[in-house]
Design a protein around this ligand. Structure first.
Ligand code: FES
Length: 509
């Protein structure tokens, strides 16, 4: 059996290992929610720690929290069940008068939210902002980023690579690939690239000439001449009925969990994955000695997979407080206690901030970017939708060499595509704000048919995941209605950050 990844268990992983999937409540409807990404971006696992501070359970060491104290009975859920019948704008349209009551109403609504209270404590540290410069900023320290760092440094560029977690990206959790990471990192360092771990790129400013980074030493701005996005991707949550149930996790989350030994063997684990993601998920499960209850997907599946159901569409998940069964096409019902979704949303935000436009591609559709950028920009690896495979590294090398020859060349635009098939109207489109497909469809029919209007009317895309869970579904909804499937402006910061983390003085250097 493959060796476990030794980075310690999070509170969310520890909870799952004991069979507890529900960790939090949705803000508006108080619905039980579980950790989906286990990587800090979906924001569905917000909890209050024993010391009163607010934290993401997936980003908190297990020892700092209390599994038993996560997500308890919620008396307001009964009220929220009634509120589920009303659209998200119900309150705003009915509580405008009398004018004197608006503020108290607003205050009451705020108090009825399930959002944990904001922490009042601060870190107490005020770190000065630092400044630096690089010819090329590479965002993402997985295999693609490391290969690019080496190639660009060998070509004489001053390269800064930043990785939000540890070098290796998702390859850290792939039994076959993880051994290659130290070798790739050493080669990049020997070539002269600067590699920094634990540094999150929060966004681009000043016409994409500066990037804002944050890490253990505080905030930093980097003047850049060109940008390589090798930030991988997000787990894609498609719209199907019951898609917000605890016990549904993304494929990348599964790789983290299985590598950390956080999946109890007794669980029935079902996999719904596309042809690109299925092989590595099946391989990882095999390497760690885990058996799938069943495997299904929208396309072809590896022939070796037992109990596999290719070319099937996921219709609904059901269960009381967590997933217990899924319906894959009307004729097939399969039991599971954990549903793994191996579907991908390539990272797209930095490309958007660099001036590119959003397009929809694939089925289920994912946001991709196309068109000219404000600076020389290269997307690499999974950020391009490229899947693992024997040619992964050589494809990345070829892309870097081509870019060195023509840094302003546009990568070919992905095919605009949206499936004509309508998702279940009860499916959640935006989990942060509890917005369903039917809410968006109704708002579009009422004339809120531009993405900025739709966002304001429904709240979709305004929650703490900042659209990572819902942008593709939002665009698809507009496209199905024959409207322009654009995205709202994607601004920094790419993830919520505590204000005191950015409150340092500018050193004026
Ligand atoms: S599961 Fe914690 S942020 Fe996604």
């Amino acid at each position: 059996m493959a060796e476990r990844e030794n980075s310690g268990r999070s509170l969310a992983a520890a909870a799952l290992a004991t069979g507890k999937s529900a960790l939090a409540r949705s803000f508006r409807l108080h619905r039980p929610r579980g950790a989906f990404c286990h990587a800090g971006w979906c924001q569905q696992c917000q909890t209050v720690l024993p010391d009163g501070s607010r934290a993401l359970a997936c980003q908190t060491p297990a020892e700092a929290g209390n599994v038993a104290g996560l997500e308890s009975a919620d008396p307001l859920r009964a009220v929220a069940r009634i509120a589920e019948k009303w659209p998200p704008w119900f309150w705003e349209t009915r509580m405008l008068s009398p004018e004197a009551a608006r503020q108290p109403w607003l205050e009451l609504l705020r108090r009825m939210s399930a959002a944990p209270p904001l922490s009042t404590s601060t870190s107490g540290e005020c770190r000065p902002w630092r400044r630096s410069a690089a010819d090329v900023l590479i965002v993402g320290g997985g295999r693609a980023g490391l290969v690019a760092a080496m190639s660009l440094a060998l070509a004489g560029r001053k390269v800064l690579l930043v990785e939000a977690e540890r070098l290796g990206g998702i390859a850290r959790f792939l039994p076959v690939e993880r051994g290659r990471v130290p070798e790739l990192a050493s080669a990049a360092r020997r070539a002269g690239a600067q590699l920094r771990e634990g540094i999150l790129c929060l966004g681009l400013y000043d016409g994409a000439t500066r990037a804002l980074l944050i890490g253990p030493d505080g905030p930093e701005t980097v003047e850049i001449s060109s940008l390589v996005v090798a930030a991988g991707g997000y787990d894609r949550l498609p719209a199907f009925r019951g898609n917000d149930l605890p016990g549904i996790v993304g494929g990348r989350a599964f790789l983290r969990l299985v590598a950390a030994g956080a999946l109890p063997p007794a669980k029935r684990i079902g996999l719904y994955a596309d042809a690109a993601a299925a092989p590595r998920l099946i391989e990882a499960a095999r390497a760690y000695g885990l058996a799938w209850a069943w495997i299904a997907g929208p396309g072809a599946l590896p022939l070796a997979a037992e109990r596999s159901h290719p070319h099937r569409r996921l219709r609904r998940a059901s269960g009381d407080r967590c997933v217990r069964e899924v319906e894959i096409d009307p004729d097939l019902r399969l039991g599971c206690d954990l549903l793994v979704l191996g579907l991908s949303q390539p990272a797209y935000e930095l490309q958007m901030q660099a001036g590119r436009r959003a397009v929809l591609s694939g089925d289920p559709a994912a946001v991709r970017t196309a068109g000219p950028a404000l600076l020389p920009l290269l997307e690499l690896g999974e950020a391009t939708g490229l899947a693992d495979g024997p040619d992964f590294v050589s494809q990345v090398e070829a892309a870097v060499q081509a870019w060195l020859g023509d840094p302003h060349g546009n990568t070919p635009a992905p095919q605009d595509h949206v499936s004509a098939e309508k998702p279940d109207p009860d499916a959640f489109l935006c989990l942060c704000e509890d917005v369903r497909v039917r809410d968006c469809e109704r708002a579009i029919a009422d004339g809120f048919d531009h993405v900025e209007l739709l966002k304001r009317r429904t709240g979709a895309g305004t929650g703490p995941c900042q659209g990572k869970l819902c942008h593709a579904e939002l665009m698809a909804c507009l496209a199905r209605a024959g409207r322009n499937p654009a995205l709202p402006t994607v601004r920094p910061l790419l993830r919520p950050v505590r204000l005191d983390a950015l409150a340092g003085a500018d050193d004026g250097a």
